[in-house]
Design a protein around this ligand. Structure first.
Ligand code: MF3
Ligand code: CO
Length: 245
């Protein structure tokens, strides 16, 4: 696939808008704030920026954000919940800008939670390093191999059922980008390819279950989960973060 200048430009512009909305949302995540307030802010900011929230209505998903607290891993429908000291809060959010999708996730650790802080440092470092690796010729398996190895070495687990994906004309495009894999295996990536790298880790087993609402995914063992996601573009010397805060 060829990635023309227009696509690269639009993904870049969209990434900046997505990141700016995310930054404003995460600034509001504080002890005493309700999860639903963050969801409302995301909708208001999308309106102001004239962009469409990407998740709302996607496969009938009912919200513009996913907001995960502690043992919730992904796809958590925001519900009335007041953040408290020690919570690990993760917001996943995406937009559609000029027909292109952007997707990103940030975690905020409220007060003191040493395990969550350690997990947060780890996913940030891994995401940075995967971005640096993202040059023409990199194989999808190289990413997964690196991620799982780093996570296991730190004593945590990847959630194997979840991972990253390619993105652009649609939210979820091929190839998917698992957080495990074999060196030098899988699709070869080339300059201009855009993908949402999602480093999703769990404190304990990395196994998950789905809430009765059909969406919210949480750890089966009550261990906490932290994630970080950026939409990045494969570059020549290194990958480029499109959703940079
Ligand atoms: N970053 C999430 C993912 O790629 C976005 C989920 S959108 C939802 O899975 F609508 F499915 F929640
Ligand atoms: Co995603």
């Amino acid at each position: 696939m060829k990635y023309d200048e227009h696509r690269i430009k639009m993904m870049g512009e969209g990434g900046k808008i997505c990141a700016s909305i995310m930054e404003q949302m995460t600034n509001e995540i504080k002890v005493g704030v309700n999860s639903l307030e963050i969801e409302e802010i995301s909708k208001k900011l999308c309106k102001e920026a004239s962009v469409v929230p990407a998740f709302l209505g996607y496969n009938n998903y009912p919200s513009a954000t996913c907001i995960m607290v502690n043992d919730e891993i992904e796809h958590a429908i925001p519900k009335s919940y007041v953040f408290k000291d020690g919570d690990a809060v993760t917001v996943d959010f995406g937009i559609i800008y000029e027909g292109y999708y952007l997707d990103m996730t940030r975690s905020v650790i409220l007060g003191s939670n040493p395990v969550a802080e350690k997990m947060h440092d780890l996913v940030s470092r891994i995401l940075d390093n995967v971005t640096a690796m993202a040059v023409t010729g990199l194989k999808v398996g190289d990413i997964g191999f690196y991620v799982e190895n780093e996570v296991n070495r730190a004593g945590f687990a990847v959630v194997r059922e979840l991972g990253g994906h390619s993105i652009g004309e649609k939210l979820h495009m091929d190839p998917v980008i698992p957080n495990f894999g074999k060196k030098n295996k899988g699709p070869r990536l080339e300059f201009g390819h855009t993908m949402a790298i999602e480093i999703i880790i769990a404190e304990k087993s990395g196994r998950m279950m789905t809430d009765p609402n059909g969406w919210t995914l949480r750890t089966i063992d009550g261990g906490i989960s932290v994630m970080k996601e950026n939409t990045i573009m494969v570059g020549n010397e290194r990958g480029e973060v499109l959703t940079k805060i």
